[in-house]
Design a protein around this ligand. Structure first.
Ligand code: ADP
Length: 288
């Protein structure tokens, strides 16, 4: 999984900053953050091997992130330590699940795709790209394809179409929510172009649908949960989808979506970006 590695501090508050009155912090938790970390920890929780590609700063938050990722079973060998500060992001969540993001997301971009060891790619089956500068994403995707890997892409918070174009063009599978679809899909997959990749369209609580280049279509409703914080729901969704999809030339797309929606719902049901994923919890949702 390639992308930014932050240190995320999740603060539960009785009201968001800027709302009338003083906000009171009622709970807090900390974890490595950034879409790539969330997907990687989701994948290991579901039994896949995952490594993280990116950089952390040579500082305490960088150490903390690496230790936590190691403990979650994520291979941090390809992670570069850079002379930059690890970005610390504050996710302030009110009782209705509204989130305000404070801090400097993605300050540490010192990752050079050319430095990635060929052995790391040779040992992998798949590359998942998240928010990344377009040039790095392009090089990573090209190198991954040269090694026979399949590539997926989730634009995450970057909704500027210019940031999309390069990774979107190279990915075999893309995850987009409705807002991103409005920006990206209409620009890049007009009816005349045809679809040259599998597109997974997420509809928040309502679920998701998938369309493949050979015309296979599936959709699946979301699972009703009391949503307390949807941060990381899309990442948990991607981890679930990929776990079922990996390595299968003819995937069961209904099951891909069912597992993905269950993972997204589990993430939405708890505060913080790191989703509490386990097959027991997924099966409990799938079994109703
Ligand atoms: P993103 O987080 O990328 O914007 P979505 O908000 O669509 O994407 O959420 C990703 C997935 O997480 C959804 O497709 C759904 O499966 C699940 N999800 C998100 N919000 C909820 C919710 N309130 N209740 C149940 N499932 C949810």
């Amino acid at each position: 999984c390639a992308g930014h590695v932050n240190w995320d501090v999740t603060l539960a508050v009785d009201r968001l900053p800027g709302a009338d009155g003083e906000a009171t912090i009622t709970d807090q938790s900390q974890s490595p953050g950034g879409s790539a970390c969330n997907v990687a920890t989701g994948l290991t929780a579901l039994g896949s091997d995952a490594a993280i590609l990116g950089s952390v700063g040579r500082d305490e938050h960088g150490h903390l992130a690496v230790r936590a990722l190691d403990a979650a079973g994520v291979d941090c060998t390809p992670l570069v330590t850079a002379d930059a500060e690890t970005a610390v992001k504050y996710l302030v969540v009110d009782p209705d699940g509204e989130v305000a993001v404070l801090g400097n997301e993605g300050g540490n971009e010192a990752f050079d795709a050319e430095d990635l060891e060929a052995a790391t790619l040779a040992a992998a089956d798949h590359l998942h790209l998240t928010s990344q500068d377009p040039a790095t994403a392009a090089t990573l995707a090209d190198r991954a394809h040269d090694h026979g890997l399949r590539v997926s892409f989730d634009p995450g918070r970057r909704i500027d179409a210019r940031d999309f174009t390069v990774p979107l063009a190279r990915a075999d599978l893309v995850f987009v929510n409705e807002r991103e679809a409005a920006t990206a899909i209409e620009d890049h997959f007009g009816p005349a172009d045809g679809l040259d990749k599998t597109v997974v369209l997420k509809h928040g609580a309502a679920g998701a649908e998938v369309l493949t280049p050979c015309g296979h279509y599936a959709s699946h409703d979301g699972f009703p949960v009391a949503a307390v914080d949807t941060t990381g729901a899309g990442d948990a969704f991607a981890a679930g989808f990929l776990t079922v999809w990996f390595g299968d030339a003819n995937p069961d797309y209904d099951r891909c979506l069912a597992v993905a929606n269950a993972c997204g719902a589990l993430a939405a049901g708890e505060r913080g970006p790191a989703a509490p994923l386990s097959w027991d919890r997924i099966d409990a949702l799938l079994d109703g």
